[in-house]
Write a protein that binds this ligand. Structure first.
Ligand SMILES: C[S@@+](CC[C@H](N)C(=O)[O-])C[C@H]1O[C@@H](n2cnc3c(N)ncnc32)[C@H](O)[C@@H]1O
Length: 222
């Protein structure tokens, strides 16, 4: 049985199972291999924009003798997929901004029967902003770590209703108040603080940014 890292385990644990999963940006193909081996799913489509990553996936899939259960597909985001071809879609290990861009290109994702799992490597706030502004709801969030590196993963469904949300909501999502989540948010505070200090230095203090930072600090200190 393939062993996943903490980061990919978090994403795998959010997959509901029972159907067909598309793993977008699969690279080595470990996630779909694990999902099949664990009995969570029967079939997967492992997709990547690059021929070399897809070749990596082909080798792993052959090594674990799963070529009949995992289809390999060259695809930029979901461009090579048809509506209703899969039940769940995973984007792991890609930046949140890029994931949001790829979702934006695919109108059929606004479908209540589709389930999404995301593990953004950076800029998770851009992805959450896209989801909130387009009628998606976050289910559960997980914060985890591998040594000194902190990761988050969450799942989402399309619901159709667009609720009001703040910039702080985009940073916090539904993160649990665990130590790992607080460290992840502290890193975002450090990044935003630099941006805020720069606005102050040039005499154009960003008060909205200041309020966002305070809300993130409340999350950490609560
Ligand atoms: C860092 S790897 C992540 C691999 C694996 N999903 C994981 O989490 O360990 C990112 C992968 O995304 C692929 N990728 C980047 N842009 C993409 C796009 N627009 N569509 C599909 N795959 C893409 C890259 O080729 C690369 O293999």
């Amino acid at each position: 049985m393939i062993k996943l890292t903490e980061r990919l385990s978090a994403a795998a644990s959010l997959v509901k199972g029972g159907g067909i999963v598309a793993d977008i940006g699969t690279d080595h193909g470990y996630l779909p291999i694990y999902l099949i081996q664990s009995g969570k799913i029967e079939k997967a489509i492992a997709a990547d924009i690059g021929k070399m990553p897809l070749e990596n996936a082909r080798k792993s899939v052959a090594q674990y003798e799963l070529s009949d259960k995992i289809e390999l597909r060259l695809s930029d985001g979901l461009n090579s997929f048809r509506e209703n071809e899969v039940n769940e879609i995973v984007f792991a290990g890609m930046g949140g901004t890029l994931i949001a861009e790829k979702l934006k290109e695919t109108p059929w994702i606004k479908n209540e029967s589709l389930h999404f799992v995301f593990q953004p490597q950076s800029r998770a706030e851009d992805l959450r902003e896209f989801l909130f502004a387009n009628g998606f709801e976050i289910g559960e969030e997980i914060a985890t770590r591998e040594g000194n590196r902190f990761y988050i993963a969450f799942d989402a469904f399309y619901k159709g209703a667009v609720r009001e949300f703040t910039v702080a909501d985009c940073f916090l999502g539904k993160l649990p108040k665990t130590e790992d989540a607080k460290i992840h948010i502290q890193k975002q505070v450090n990044r935003l603080q630099k941006r805020y200090d720069a606005t102050k230095e040039i005499g154009k203090e960003d008060t909205e940014l200041f309020e966002t930072i305070q809300k993130l600090k409340d999350f950490i200190n609560d």
